[in-house]
Design a protein around this ligand. Structure first.
Ligand code: SF4
Length: 429
C-alpha cells in the first residue's frame, strides 16, 4: 500500500503524539508524508473535539480539504481524533463526501484501513502501549513523551473522559524504550505529557509512579532536560519537588492547571484540591525548588461564579505571580455535568472577566520582566534566532530572541537584555 499523505494535526500535544505515531506507521509501511496538500493523494485530519472553537477549526479544515478533493487535486480525505470520538454522527451528516472516518483506537492499524471507505470505529483500548514506530513532528531537539491517556478526575466541565476514556498508563519499560529511541533521534528536551502526568502508573502499579519514572529518565543518555506538563494540584508532592530541586536534568518548571481558586467553584467543578491545599502546594514548590517557574490555566464564568468568586481569583492571580498563564471562558460542553448546571453565566460577563484576568496577568508579567532584566537564565535555542528560557514550554509559553545567531538545539546560559510581555531579548553567555 503506497500513498502520498498530507497531515493536518490539530489540538493538544497529546493529539500531536498520536499523529506522530500513526504517521510513523504509514511511512514505515511504504507511504510518503508530503508537505503541500496539492502533492498528496490523501489528506488526513487529526481533529480536536475539546472546545467549540476547536470543533469549528476542525470543520473548517475538513471543508478546505473536501474543496481540494472536489477540484480533483486530492483523491481522498480521512478524519480521525477527538471530534470523531465525540461527534461522529454529526461529522458524517455534515460531510457525506468524506472517504474515511476512523476512531483514535483504529489509528493503530492505519496502514490496513487508510484506503478503506466509510467509518472504522473501534472501542477505546483498555491498555496503552509503545507505538510500533517513532517519528517526531516537533523540532528535532525537543519532543513530547505521552506517558498515559484518558482521565479519571472527572472535572465537571470536561469532555475528555468521555472522549479518551479511563486513565491508562504506558508500562514503564515501554515509556523508557520510547524515550531511548527519541534520545537516539537527537531529542534533548523531553516534555512529559498526559491528561494528568502526576497520576502516571497508579492504574498499572497501584500507586503513582511518576517519581520512579523520572529517576529512570534522568539516567538516559542524550536526554538533557525533562519538563513536566499537566500536573494535578494535590498530586504534586514534597517528594516530587525535592527530586526536581535535586536533579539538574529536571527543569524547575511545572505546568499545573488550577482552573480556579474559590472553594465554592472548585467544589462545583469537582476539582479534588481545595484553595488551601492548592496554595500550600504552590508555597511548597516555591520553598523547595529554587527558581521554579509555574504555568497554569484558569476558567472564568463557570456556572454559579459570583462576583465574589471571581474577585477571589483575580486577587490570587495578582498576588501569586505565575510565569505563564492561560485564561479560558467556560464553555458549556454537551454531555458534561456542568452543562445542566443552573446559574449559567452570560457570555458578555465571561468575556469581561477573561479580559480583566488577562490584564492583571500582563501587569504581573511586567513586574516579573523588571526583575528578569540583567539576569542570566538557562535557555534552549529552537532555531538560530529564537528559543525559550527554562520558564517556557514549547508552543504555549514565551520565547526569546538572540541578539546574535546561535546554533539551534543547544542548551546554554543567556542574559536577559530586554523584555516585553512573554517576549524577551537575550545575549548568549
Ligand atoms: S484533569 Fe479534569 S480537565 Fe484535565 S483531562 Fe481530566 S477531567 Fe479533563
Amino acid at each position: 500500500m503506497y500513498m502520498n499523505f498530507y497531515l493536518i494535526s490539530l489540538g493538544c500535544p497529546k493529539n500531536l503524539t498520536d499523529s506522530e505515531d500513526f504517521s510513523a506507521k504509514l511511512i514505515a509501511t511504504g507511504s510518503k508524508m508530503v508537505f503541500m496538500p496539492e502533492e498528496a493523494d490523501t489528506i488526513i485530519i487529526n481533529t480536536c473535539g475539546f472546545l467549540s472553537s476547536a470543533i469549528k477549526e476542525a470543520k473548517d479544515n475538513i471543508k478546505a480539504a473536501l474543496k481540494l478533493k472536489q477540484k480533483g487535486i486530492v483523491s481522498r480525505v480521512a478524519v480521525t481524533g477527538c471530534m470523531v470520538e465525540r461527534l461522529k454522527e454529526e461529522v458524517k451528516k455534515e460531510f457525506p463526501n468524506l472517504d474515511l472516518i476512523f476512531s483514535i483506537s483504529a489509528q493503530e492499524s492505519i496502514e490496513k484501513i487508510i484506503k478503506k471507505q466509510g467509518e472504522i470505529i473501534k472501542p477505546i483500548q483498555k491498555t496503552l502501549h509503545l507505538p510500533q514506530y517513532k517519528m517526531s513532528l516537533t523540532l528535532p531537539h525537543s519532543a513530547y513523551l505521552k506517558v498515559a491517556d484518558g482521565c479519571d478526575n472527572r472535572c465537571a466541565y470536561c469532555a475528555i473522559p468521555y472522549i479518551r476514556g479511563k486513565y491508562r498508563s504506558k508500562p514503564i519499560e515501554e515509556v523508557m524504550a520510547e524515550a531511548k529511541v527519541m534520545a537516539k533521534n537527537g531529542v534533548k528536551e523531553l516534555s512529559l505529557i498526559a491528561q494528568d502526568t502526576t497520576s502516571y502508573g497508579y492504574d498499572l502499579y497501584g500507586k503513582p509512579q511518576l517519581i520512579p519514572l523520572l529517576k529512570k529518565l534522568i539516567k538516559l543518555k542524550g536526554i538533557e532536560r525533562l519538563r513536566l506538563m499537566y500536573a494535578y494540584p494535590h498530586r504534586v508532592t514534597k517528594e516530587l519537588a525535592k527530586l526536581m530541586a535535586g536533579e539538574e536534568k529536571i527543569i524547575p518548571y511545572l505546568d499545573i492547571p488550577l482552573q480556579h481558586i474559590s472553594n465554592n467553584i472548585l467544589k462545583a467543578m469537582n476539582r479534588h484540591a481545595t484553595a488551601e491545599e492548592t496554595k500550600e502546594v504552590l508555597a511548597m514548590l516555591k520553598d523547595t525548588v529554587p527558581g521554579i517557574a509555574v504555568r497554569t490555566n484558569f476558567i472564568v464564568g463557570f456556572p454559579g461564579e459570583s462576583e465574589k468568586d471571581f474577585n477571589e481569583l483575580l486577587a490570587f492571580v495578582k498576588s501569586y505571580g505565575f510565569d505563564n498563564m492561560g485564561v479560558f471562558e467556560y464553555f458549556r460542553e454537551q454531555g458534561t455535568p456542568a452543562y445542566s448546571m443552573k446559574r449559567q453565566i452570560p457570555a458578555a460577563v465571561k468575556k469581561e472577566r477573561a479580559e480583566i484576568l488577562n490584564k492583571a496577568q500582563s501587569r504581573v508579567i511586567d513586574k516579573i520582566n523588571k526583575n528578569l532584566i540583567g539576569q542570566t537564565l538557562e535557555v534552549i535555542s529552537d532555531t538560530t534566532t529564537l528559543g525559550r528560557t527554562y520558564k517556557d514550554a514549547p508552543d504555549i509559553d514565551g520565547t526569546v530572541s538572540f541578539i546574535k545567531p546561535v546554533k539551534a538545539g543547544q542548551i546554554f546560559k543567556a542574559k536577559i537584555i530586554k523584555a516585553k510581555g512573554y517576549q524577551r531579548l537575550v545575549e548568549p553567555k
